[in-house]
Design a protein around this ligand. Sequence first.
Ligand code: NAD
Length: 361
Amino acid sequence: LTVGVVKETKPGERRVALVPTLVGRLARRGLRVVIESGAGEGARLADEVFEEAGAEIGDAWAADIVLTVSPPSVADIGKLGESAVLAGFLAPLTNTEELAAMKKAGIRAFAVESIPRISRAQAMDALSSQAGVAGYRAVLLAAQRLPKFFPMLTTAAGTVPPAKVLVLGAGVAGLQALATAKRLGAQATGYDVRPEVAEQVRSVGASWLDLGIEAVGEGGYARELTEAEREEQQRRLTEATTGFDVVITTALVPGRTAPTLVTAEAVRGMRAGSVIVDMAGETGGNCELTEPGKEIVAHDVTICSPLNLPAEMPVHASELYGRNLTELLELLVNAEGELVLDFSDPIVSGACVAGADEEVR
Ligand code: NAD
């Protein structure tokens, strides 16, 4: 079987779905790796580096298994072979036209977003690996925009107090943001509606903000707040945010639009020069004034809503993502290098968003 690694076409996407260090691992499974020329450019990986690792440069779209980072366009889906397998971020809940094209083409598509978050699938969890990268990067962005130091400085010219950073939503991205802010010397505080993450927040050296609102739903995930809870949360957060220099928001309930945590009034209450990095822009944003994909200034507060932070760290983001995909491939391909799709496995059936029908019946 051949595994194709295509050149990403989405503007600004600099990640690549596989890195040279993983080519040998796939070869040991009997898989031949074909790279589209220039696929690794954004991640500083020249064609020759892939070739030295044992890959070939060629028509990656014609491979038996095609790996991508971003969802391919309808035109690109048309380049896939008839019985091809496609794996990558496919945005199955929103990319309806592309999903229909995959089904029509008869290919089998595996969306990494749909891999169930069970412990056996942790090594394949691309949402987590990329959210970690994004959480780190969001703090660096905030530090650059803030007209202040992050760490406390004691100098001959006086002492500078540390910046105060509040992270709303302490999931994967939030915890990484807290740890990064702390490492840069800021005073970091975390908040979430799941009280059990308080311990994790403290374990990275941050303080826990308790607003007295808990919302734990099925499977331990956050549930959507009721209207009354939402109003109460916004009111308490408007009071809490005034003392912070930086607010990083990551709150998300899967499958829902992002909850509004930071209202326009809360922004007005922040000190001039403060910074908000809203990581939830993709689903509408956690701040009322956020303009997804843009950086704006409102009430003298900079509000950034970058939509693809992992693409700004393409080297490590690609390494981690490539490992996630390699783990997935090792589940789909047996030791003899044959494609064996076991749809009784919840990971295989969960991730398969097109082409599973025949096998399930
Ligand atoms: P996650 O599910 O691990 O974390 C989300 C957290 O939000 C959970 O801990 C949840 O309890 C909390 N939450 C939900 N509703 C809340 C509320 N009303 N108040 C407070 N907390 C609440 O998700 P993640 O993987 O850490 O991703 C976080 C966000 O970052 C998502 O919106 C994701 O799309 C986004 N993201 C953005 C980028 C980017 O480049 N902008 C990259 C990766 C992830």
